[in-house]
Design a binder for this molecule. Structure first.
Ligand code: GDP
Ligand code: IMO
Ligand code: MG
Length: 470
């Protein structure tokens, strides 16, 4: 045998073995790394209690990052009876030792952000450079809010047939128009642009000509927009926010390299996702976990634990199909017991039974590894409870698949499984083993049906009213 060849073969196999060992180490470190990071995502139509869960998980993480949405979100955190409503700032802000990031996928209304910062500071919450905002996050401008409202009013005014109007029932926070400008590119403003007065003014001079014409066409009787005044106002806002504005993609990757753990906070919810929700009655961002990589710059393989947040029943704000909606005493009772009124708009929320066809779909799309079942205390006192496990279609067939399309979902009638209720109030319960047997049966059925564990059960709005690792 040719010695040199044999030698090089040996050297080759040693190199290969070393290469494989190195790959193994890298893979394992990625696996270990992914276990440290957590995503919190809504599995229904929003308001599942994400804020409370993020606040609770903040202690176990170093950095909390919002990846989507804007001031359409309203996340409530209750600490020792004190209630905080967060719209743009991550719910980790109440812990002064943690860093909070508004990622590039968020659309930021600078005036609302400053208002939120001021309100928190006035209550003694530390908001300094522990809050970072992506220089690439897009700005919600005043005309976006006007466009949002004008389009909704226009659509409400042309409701002409039995379908009613095509209005979405938005929060009117300018979310859709701001994301539309992001996609348009030529008419967009990013947070980093607020720091360059002349660039901002020049862009606004073009944008305002277009916007004034569009608003007039939508019937808004306001005077034309003044680009120079707007540039001056938003440059000033940029100066105030300057200490917070940075490249958050590098900030997040630096944190990962420094062995810190990230908590990704979803706003809105999977069924409102622009691609995977009940289109067109959705919001304008990817609110499912699929929005995390694009909305933060952190690739998906870093995600290990994905906690899906699910109310023990269902609610929805705004228009769109809702198969298990209860337009009756049951719905009213859920609304009153759950205090189901919007955190952002104060609108009464539509309420109904738990829809596990919908939740199972969200678990699939988001890759949820566990569930936090919130507002479980609200269900006490009902003689019986229902859970939707399938849909009956117009032709009589029964399916267990969700329809992420409003027109198709509107044709689905829920097929229910009925459960016995319980009378005991749950707010004082401290562990799952102490739950009434009928309450435990309800939870066990959900776990069985979804195929993933319920890791937390909410029995009240306060941080402490949570059964953890149940
Ligand atoms: P988010 O948008 O997902 O953060 O949820 P919201 O804050 O908009 O709405 C959830 C509401 O339920 C808030 O008023 C919370 O304080 C409240 N809440 C959260 N978890 C529980 C719970 O387990 N029980 C009760 N009764 N209220 C809860
Ligand atoms: P959180 O984060 C509930 C709904 C609106 C409307 C639709 C589009 O608090 O769970 P938009 O203003 O985004 O264009 O409105 O989406 N919506 C929410 N509903 N909770 C939310 O956020 C929501 N964010 C948007 O009611 O039907
Ligand atoms: Mg909310």
């Amino acid at each position: 045998m040719n010695r040199r060849l044999h030698g090089s073969r040996l050297a080759g196999s040693t190199a290969r073995a070393e290469g494989l060992a190195r790959l193994d180490r890298v893979t394992n470190s990625t696996r270990n790394d992914s276990r440290r990071h957590t995503a919190v995502v809504g599995l229904q139509w929003g308001d599942e209690g994400k804020g409370k869960v993020v606040d609770l998980l903040t202690a176990q993480h170093d950095v909390i990052v919002r990846y989507n949405g804007g001031a359409n979100a309203g996340h409530t955190v209750v600490v020792e009876g004190e209630r905080y409503a967060l719209h743009l700032i991550p719910s980790g802000i109440l812990n002064p030792k943690k860093r909070n990031i508004i990622g590039n996928g968020v659309v930021v209304d600078p005036e609302k952000l400053l208002e939120e910062i001021d309100k928190l500071r006035a209550r003694g919450v530390h908001v300094e450079t522990n809050l970072q905002v992506s220089d690439r996050a897009h700005v919600v401008m005043p005309y976006h809010k006007e466009q949002d409202a004008a389009l909704e009013e226009f659509l409400l005014g042309v409701a002409s047939n039995e379908r009613g109007s095509f209005a979405i029932g938005t929060t009117r926070r300018g979310i859709g128009p701001a994301y539309a400008d992001k996609v348009n590119r030529s008419t967009a403003i990013r947070m980093g642009d607020l720091l360059d007065h002349d660039y901002l003014r020049d862009r606004l001079r073009v944008i305002c000509r277009l916007r004034s014409a569009e608003l007039k066409a939508l019937g808004v009787a306001a005077p034309p927009l003044d680009p120079d005044a707007l540039a001056a106002r938003f440059f000033e806002l940029g100066q105030t926010l300057r200490p917070h504005i940075t490249d958050t993609v590098y900030a997040l990757h630096d944190a990962i390299k420094a062995d810190q753990s990230i908590l990704f906070e979803g706003a809105n919810a999977c069924l409102l996702d622009i691609d995977h929700g009940t289109y067109p009655y959705v919001t304008s961002s990817n609110c499912s976990t699929l929005g995390i990589p694009s909305g933060t710059g952190v690739p998906g393989h870093h995600l290990g634990r994905i906690l899906g947040i699910m109310k023990a029943y269902s609610s929805r704000v705004g228009a769109g199909p809702f198969p298990t909606e209860q337009l009756n005493e049951t719905g009213n009772l859920i609304r009153e017991r759950g205090r189901e009124y919007g955190t952002t708009t104060g609108r009464p929320r539509r309420t109904g039974w738990l829809d596990l066809v919908a939740v199972k779909y969200s678990v699939m799309v988001c890759g949820a590894t566990g569930i936090a079942c919130t507002l479980f205390d609200v269900l006490a006192g009902f003689e019986e409870l229902k859970i939707c496990t399938a849909y009956r279609l117009a032709d009589g067939s029964v399916v267990d698949r969700f329809f992420p399309d409003a027109r198709l979902l509107a044709q689905a009638t829920p097929v229910y499984k009925t459960f016995r209720g319980w009378t005991e109030e749950l707010r004082e319960v401290t562990d799952r083993k102490s739950l009434p047997i009928n309450a435990e049966t309800y939870l066990a059925f959900i776990e069985e049906h979804l195929g993933i564990p319920i890791e937390m059960v909410g029995v009240g709005p306060d941080r402490n009213q949570t059964l953890v690792n149940a």
